[in-house]
Design a binder for this molecule. Structure first.
Ligand SMILES: NC(=O)c1ccc[n+]([C@@H]2O[C@H](COP(=O)([O-])OP(=O)(O)OC[C@H]3O[C@@H](n4cnc5c(N)ncnc54)[C@H](O)[C@@H]3O)[C@@H](O)[C@H]2O)c1
Length: 326
């Protein structure tokens, strides 16, 4: 099995790559920027290829060169960036996925695992939203309304098209809210968890104006990596789309309390109300993850306390300086 990871130097990709290395795979990483800080300890155990997913010829060359059998497609622009430049956002996040699928079809790759998002469900109301938050499964209707989320749904649709019409094995994983080291750098306002942890590490105060009453499914990056790698190896699947999260509802107040266990003097002010990320997306849900449990054998292992502890230890171990965010 030869595995290629697009976006393998990113927040999630770094842990996917690390998990593959631990399984004895030497992954190929496709990236358009060569910041290896999140995999500094294993950088000599991966193949690094500078390539852009908008360049299909380059994708084909690399798939052939490394005789790739499985592609884990993580490369994407983040929501704020995609919204600020819709044309670029759709070109990278949707057309980039089509490039990956088409290159995979041409070369004869066996499986593509795509990293989608809870954002495909759009703004969730009624019993699945505040205040009841009934866990939401994969059959809930999709209704994305911004560039990033629309591009995720379009990518899923094209993946299913390649699966049905060209026999390319395709799996889409929809993630809940992810937190993990390195997120602050590219994710802007949606990295509120990183803001709380890293400000506290620096002894600086955190003020988040709104959202203390919102519940959300907050999943640690290593559980996400577990889900992606399980999808890479899984056999005999009944479904092609899976929710990946914790199946638990957590508030930012719970999260701040977990941080205070390690930084008792941390000053964290959280304003009341909903939508702790601000912005217009507002998909705050608790995932029903029973399908992923049954078919992928996925089981989240990090509760927020373990996640916060691992986040801090990882920053220290990889020598990543915490960043202050006002
Ligand atoms: N973090 C979350 O909360 C979350 C939630 C749902 C889904 N996702 C999805 O998971 C995947 C990984 O997200 P992440 O948090 O690790 O993001 P990230 O920004 O840390 O990683 C994405 C990587 O893709 C690379 N990339 C961007 N454009 C590229 C291009 N044109 N060609 C080649 N490489 C390119 C970036 O350099 C980056 O390293 C993404 O598809 C994201 O949409 C993330």
């Amino acid at each position: 099995m030869n595995v290629l990871v697009t976006g393998g130097l990113g927040v999630n990709g770094a842990w996917v790559v690390r998990e593959l290395v631990a399984k004895g795979v030497r992954p190929v990483v496709i990236e358009n920027r060569l910041d290896t800080s999140l995999i500094a300890d294993i950088v000599n155990q991966v193949e690094l290829a500078v390539a852009d997913i908008t360049d299909i010829a380059c994708l084909i060359r690399n798939l052939k060169r490394y005789d790739v059998t499985h592609v884990l497609h993580l490369a994407a622009l983040m929501p704020d960036q995609a919204q600020a430049d819709p044309l670029l956002g759709f070109r990278v996040n949707a057309m980039g996925t089509v490039n990956v699928l088409e290159a995979a079809r041409i070369v004869g790759v066996e499986r593509v695992v795509f990293t989608s998002s809870k954002g495909v469900y759009g703004r969730v109301r009624g019993e699945h939203g505040y205040p009841t938050y009934r866990p939401l499964n994969e059959d809930y209707p999709t209704n994305p309304t911004n560039v990033y989320d629309v591009a995720k749904l379009a990518s899923e649709g094209m993946g299913f098209n390649y699966h049905q019409n060209y026999g390319l094995d395709f799996i889409a994983l929809r993630f809940s809210t992810i937190y993990g080291p390195g997120k602050l750098a590219r994710h802007g306002n949606i990295a509120q968890h990183s803001k709380i942890i890293e400000n506290s590490m620096l002894g600086k105060p955190t003020n988040i104006a709104q959202g203390a009453d919102e519940r959300d499914d907050m999943v640690y990056v290593k559980d996400v990596a577990q889900g992606i790698v399980r999808a890479c190896f899984a056999r005999d699947l009944q479904h092609r789309v899976f929710n990946i999260g914790t199946g638990m509802g957590t508030t930012l107040v719970d999260f701040a309390n977990a941080v205070r266990l390690f930084y008792p003097d941390a000053s964290i002010q959280l304003g009341p109300g909903l939508n702790y990320m601000g912005g217009t997306r507002g998909c705050f849900v608790i995932f029903d993850i029973s399908r992923a449990r049954q078919e992928l054998g996925y089981e989240p292992v990090y509760d927020i306390q373990d996640g916060v502890e691992d986040y801090v230890e990882t920053m220290k171990r990889l020598n990543i300086a915490p960043q202050y965010t006002a």
